[in-house]
Design a protein around this ligand. Structure first.
Ligand SMILES: [Zn+2]
Length: 472
């Protein structure tokens, strides 16, 4: 009897792994066939885990910004954008904080009214742009030209957005759009940063961070969002090189601790080649905060830089559980040795790293080395609005450039959930749901004839870089 039971058990186990094996072979065949559009469709429809690294205001597609900004007229916000420079200012001014010589900076009406007549004449109401201006406006916040790189991104894109990022209704609606779009491509969990500070009413008066949190809470409970089933938590990022960075970090930590239902972690962001933001600067502040506040998780950008340095190591010393980017970890083999098998995860942003030119091409990217040496990694989208890309694109690049096996593809999704900062019980529910969904997906794919039924949504990055989906 016992022998019979054992035999049955082995037969059942055999069937489970047989389905997995069959899918692995099916996936190898799919790659060998060489039809990249088919591969893209499969990766689009495939259930995915979480996106652990994205920035709310950098994740809004240019046409969304335009639509959402105009829709805000209903809430009393009217936007103006700079379409002319008439040399109204007799001096250069501070071009970082208050750039003058830049087209398509966006301001709301209350600020436009404060300008002198000459400067007012340089702006046009956003709703009044011609078709040509509208396209140019949208292109001004995409990293879409070969000569554009990190300088364009860090020094013009964010400045251009201007007052658009100070409207909490617009920001919340942008999060809602991302939830729906990510959910449509099979993502189950998101952990973007979202900043509740500096928000204003149409008349320019302040909206407190607590009010912004409530606006976000209300929107996330609405039916269209609940129906996606997406789990979402937020991080709070501080710009690391600012003179106020230590104060900002403290403020973020305290705000997250007071709003734990939504905010679970803090982050440090901003260019690392600006030495003022080096990780060690924050060590004492983190220690001080940890003395008083429990349970705030740390996912910190580290090693998003060209030259070898100790940033990843020093970021782990700060207490980070996850490292954002970690490109130059490859230059610290001793640390890699320590990171094999966990407990830290590196958030990999393949599209971002290429467009920001941290790698010239994917043969230079350390991702496969981390993955195959057993350092936990997950794929994420960073500032997808500016790259015009999706989560599927990240998986496509990974599979295409590094010949990922089906098992590796699943491991990336599992690790993205395992290293998320949600409560353990919700995490386990998500992991169970992922297993159910991926098993159902495998059965469907193996049955055959499914690929042609899949409808994808292709964005600019994948069309341009890989000529997919009928290049436009
Ligand atoms: Zn980032």
């Amino acid at each position: 009897m016992i022998r019979l039971l054992i035999a049955i058990l082995f037969t059942l186990l055999g069937q489970v792994s047989f389905a997995g094996d069959e899918m692995s072979q099916w996936f190898e065949q799919l790659k060998r066939n060489g039809d990249v559009d088919d591969l893209y469709k499969v990766l689009y429809a495939m259930p995915k885990g979480g996106d652990l690294h994205s920035h709310s205001s950098g994740s809004v597609f240019a046409e969304w910004w335009y639509e959402l900004a105009l829709a805000q007229e209903e809430n009393g916000y009217t936007y103006y954008t700079k379409t002319r420079i008439s040399n109204c200012r007799g001096y250069g001014g501070n071009e970082f904080d208050d750039p003058y010589l830049m087209y398509f900076i966006n301001i709301q009406e209350s600020n436009w009214k404060r300008l002198n007549k000459c400067e007012q004449g340089e702006y046009k109401r956003l709703s009044g742009l011609t078709e040509v201006e509208k396209v140019a406006w949208q292109n001004s916040i995409r990293l879409d030209k070969p000569y554009e790189g990190r300088n364009e991104f860090f020094q013009t894109h964010w400045q251009r957005l201007g007052d658009l990022v100070r409207n909490p209704y617009l920001a919340t609606e942008a999060v809602a759009r991302n939830i729906k779009a990510f959910s449509a491509e099979g993502v189950m969990y998101m952990e973007p940063d979202f900043n509740p500070y500096g928000a204003v009413h149409p008349d320019g008066s302040r909206i407190s961070p607590e009010e912004v949190a409530d606006i976000l809470r209300v929107r996330l409970k609405q039916k269209d969002i609940m129906e996606t089933g997406m789990e979402i938590r937020f991080q709070l990022a501080a710009l690391r090189f600012l003179p106020t960075a230590l104060k900002d970090l403290k403020r973020n930590y305290e705000f997250a601790a007071g709003n734990r239902d939504l905010w679970v972690a803090v982050d440090l962001v901003g260019r690392e080649d600006d030495g003022k933001g080096y990780p060690g600067r924050f060590l004492q502040t983190f220690r001080e905060l940890r003395r008083q506040i429990h349970g705030i998780r740390l996912s910190i950008h580290g090693g998003e830089v060209d030259e070898p340095n100790r940033h990843v190591r020093d970021t782990l010393i700060l207490g980070a559980e996850r490292i954002g980017h970690g490109i130059n970890l490859i230059s610290d083999p001793d640390l890699m040795l320590l990171m094999r098998g966990g407990p830290y995860l590196v958030e990999i942003n393949l599209v971002s790293n290429l467009l920001m030119k941290y790698v010239d091409d994917y043969s230079q990217h350390p991702f496969p080395e981390y993955l195959r040496l057993g350092i936990p990694v997950a794929l994420s989208t960073d500032d997808r609005g500016m790259w015009d890309s999706t989560m599927t694109d990240e998986f496509f690049v990974a599979v295409k450039e590094f010949n990922l096996s089906w098992g590796e593809v699943k491991q990336l999704s599992r690790d993205s959930l395992k290293f998320s900062f949600v409560d353990e019980n919700i995490k386990q529910e998500m992991l169970d749901l992922y297993e159910k969904r991926i098993a159902a997906f495998e059965r469907k794919m193996i049955r055959g004839n499914e690929i042609r039924k899949i409808k994808t949504e292709c964005r600019g990055f994948i069309r341009k870089q890989y000529h997919l989906c009928g290049k436009k």
